[in-house]
Design a protein around this ligand. Structure first.
Ligand SMILES: [Zn+2]
Length: 402
């Protein structure tokens, strides 16, 4: 048994205190009228500070995944043009090769934990997450993914369970956490066995609860298809939940990560205290498990298009911090201009100028390869070099403490 480090004890205590006070604090510090008043004062002072953090996580997105998308597009990805380039070490507390639960927990809480754990340390103590820290500072928060909302990566920012498969429990915790904008798939974790909601499959919940009805009662606008999503007016919407599939969203994604990011930023950026938003390209990992390079490339480009929205938002806000990283590499992917002739090779794919390239895979699982982490904005330069994945949490916490 490990002795808990002092920093953890402080972390756990902070969580207990914030869990107690956060709802009171948030309710007291931000309403729409207040927000517009403060926006005006910012403009008068010629300051345009957002105090925002936008974190992009390409699930399973290693160096070769980015390279393949670059070749396909025939141009550098926006994520690779960011001024800070570094790498994250992804191993978990109990394995050289992490899963998404332990890796997302490391990024979300600053602690390495065991594979499968969500928002808890190796001894099953609850850890406070960067999203919860943002909430205690009166910031708005959002989670976007194209897999299930209760899947490991978004879950680690707003839930605390000892097994990532407890997805109906995770859905309940995510809703209770008060995240302002929730957009993705995974309707079934929010509705009972007896109901099918907007999509064909019945829900997974055995407790009979319909969390989407509960969300509406809590003041959320609820949507489940692209047309109603498009109709959501960000200027009058404070809380939004949109679930667009029974499980993971089908291709082509509708709405896209880009559209969801746009809507989320428009809603969240009204808060003068700033916001914290996570956008996960969750199916990069799924495509990599299937060794399906074409879907990998398409999903990396989707994530990059969502990043373009964040970059446009941040263009005149020097303090906004934007980070693009991955939880781990999936597939042992490699890209080559020459055919290897190996049976698991994908391709040829072609660059816009007709140059062929080929993709090889060494596994259908995860690897322990360091993953690229690129960033821009206040404190982003700290992410240069090779760092533990937990360091991303440290930098984000310092940013919102600024
Ligand atoms: Zn995976």
């Amino acid at each position: 048994m490990h002795t808990l480090p002092i920093s953890f004890k402080r972390n756990a205590l902070t969580f207990l205190l914030t869990a107690f006070f956060s709802s009171i604090f948030i309710a007291g510090c931000y309403d729409e009228k207040d927000a517009s008043d403060r926006d005006n004062s910012n403009r008068v002072g010629n300051r345009n500070l957002s105090n925002g953090i936008i974190l992009f996580i390409g699930d399973g997105m290693g160096e070769a995944h980015r390279q393949a998308a670059t070749y396909w597009r025939g141009d550098t990805l926006i994520m690779d043009e960011m001024p800070t380039h570094g790498y994250s070490q992804t191993y978990s507390a109990d394995s050289d090769v992490t899963d998404s639960a332990a890796a997302a927990t490391a990024i979300a809480t600053g602690f390495k934990t065991n594979n499968g754990f969500i928002g808890m340390d190796e001894n099953l103590n609850v850890l406070s997450t960067i999203l919860e820290e943002a909430q205690t500072r009166g910031m708005s928060t959002g989670l976007i993914t194209n897999v299930q909302m209760a899947h490991a990566t978004p879950a680690a920012f707003a839930a605390h369970v000892e097994n990532r498969d407890m997805m109906t429990e995770i859905a309940e915790q995510i809703l209770a956490s008060g995240v302002d904008v929730l957009l993705g798939g995974g309707e079934d974790d929010f509705i009972p066995l007896s109901e099918n909601g907007c999509y064909t499959q019945n829900g997974h919940r055995t407790d009979g609860r319909n969390l989407l009805n509960e969300a509406i009662d809590l003041g959320y606008t609820y949507v489940c298809e692209e047309s109603t999503f498009n109709d959501v007016d960000p200027s009058v919407t404070r809380r939004l939940i949109g679930l667009f599939a029974d499980e993971g969203m089908p291709r082509p994604y509708s709405p896209t990560l880009e559209e969801m990011t746009h809507k989320a930023i428009d809603i969240l950026s009204k808060n003068p205290n700033g916001f914290f938003l996570v956008i996960e390209g969750g199916q990069i990992d799924w495509a990599s498990h299937s060794n399906h390079a074409e879907n990998v490339i398409s999903d990396v480009i989707d994530l990059d298009e969502a990043l373009a929205v964040a970059m446009a938002y941040a263009a005149d806000k020097s303090d906004a911090l934007i980070i693009v990283t991955a939880d781990h590499e999936t597939g042992g992917m490699s890209v080559d201009l020459n055919s290897s002739g190996l049976p698991d090779e994908d391709g040829p794919f072609f660059m816009p100028d007709g140059t062929p390239f080929y993709i090889n895979w060494s596994t259908t699982g995860h690897t322990n390869a360091d993953v690229p982490t690129t960033a821009q904005g206040l404190l982003s330069e700290s992410l240069v070099g090779v760092n533990e994945n937990t360091y991303i949490y440290d930098v984000m916490l310092k940013k919102i403490g600024h």
